[in-house]
Design a binder for this molecule. Sequence first.
Ligand code: ACO
Length: 326
Amino acid sequence: MTSRATIIGTGSCLPRRILSNQELETIVETTDEWITTRTGIKNRRISRSGEETSKLAAGAARQALEMAGLVATDLDQIIVATVTSEMTMPSCACLVQKELGATRAFAYDVNAACSGFVYGLDLAEKYIRAEPDLKILVIGAETMSTRLNWQDRNTCVLFGDGAGACIMTGNNSGRGMLASQLYSDGRLFDLLKINCAVSMNPDLSLADHDGSYIKMAGRDVFKYAVRSMEKAASMVLDKTNLTISDIKLIIPHQANIRILKSLADHLGTPLEKVYINLDKYGNTSAASVPIALDEANREGCLQENDLLLLCCFGGGFTWGAMIFRW
Ligand code: ACO
């Protein structure tokens, strides 16, 4: 039997500080009622000094290593999906490598916004298909709080900080990744973006400068997110000759409860099959799928050979889906 890329350990790490909707009411003009009904979010985590993106990433990685029964020097490769590393250079992945002491691994970042972790899994799978013994650490880690305009109620209520990780290696039991499909459409870049402070403002004009904060056309993002994740999910179901009723658990990017309800409707599946933790953490961008995966795994939602569907959508736009036999 051919070897497939299998997840052998998961982990997550969240900042200690909890920011509730009630506390947000004291920061911007908003209400718990508005945030809850429009998004489903109740709380989010906010990092402090010592909880930078690479530190959260390393915390998640340590848990994943422990579950996999590996040590850091067993790792061959480290991929970190992030848009909020504390440094532009070196990569967050190199900082994680240092934190862990993963001296044998080569390390690099992936920027595909909220889809980054799923893109990272796809990359890892390609390496493992070529060399099944490789042990690859894939992390999604973000400190979105550092890129929020805390006076913009349209965005600052939606996001949170955290990290999730998994370790992949080859396995010839028939389990592992069955199919993956990724997409991007750069024509839509302007609908969800974080400007780079200098390059988007070459004349350093204060008047034109709208800051390196997240900007979003919420309604457009909503529509594209539902349609695109549904299309990607249908594509991987077709590729594997499966139907949605074969899937035990769906772990989508956690942006908004209304997006997830609409996605479940479009896929023709009950919401109970969709793993949801956005009420606790808000939208943690590239970290949302791996945090949810780790929680689902530790809660025992996945038994051996269960079929798992991951779907993602994010800035770029980027989106995709993949199916695992757990
Ligand atoms: N508190 C109170 N009122 C608010 C808030 C807030 N935090 N934010 C916006 N409003 C107001 C607006 O100003 C507007 O007021 P107005 O009618 O007086 O102008 C009113 O609420 C309605 O605003 P809309 O933008 O039309 O509200 P909508 O129902 O579309 O919900 C939301 C906004 C939640 C952002 C929604 O569009 C959405 O979920 N979009 C998806 C975007 C998303 O989840 N992005 C995350 C990043 S993308 C990703 O991860 C895939």
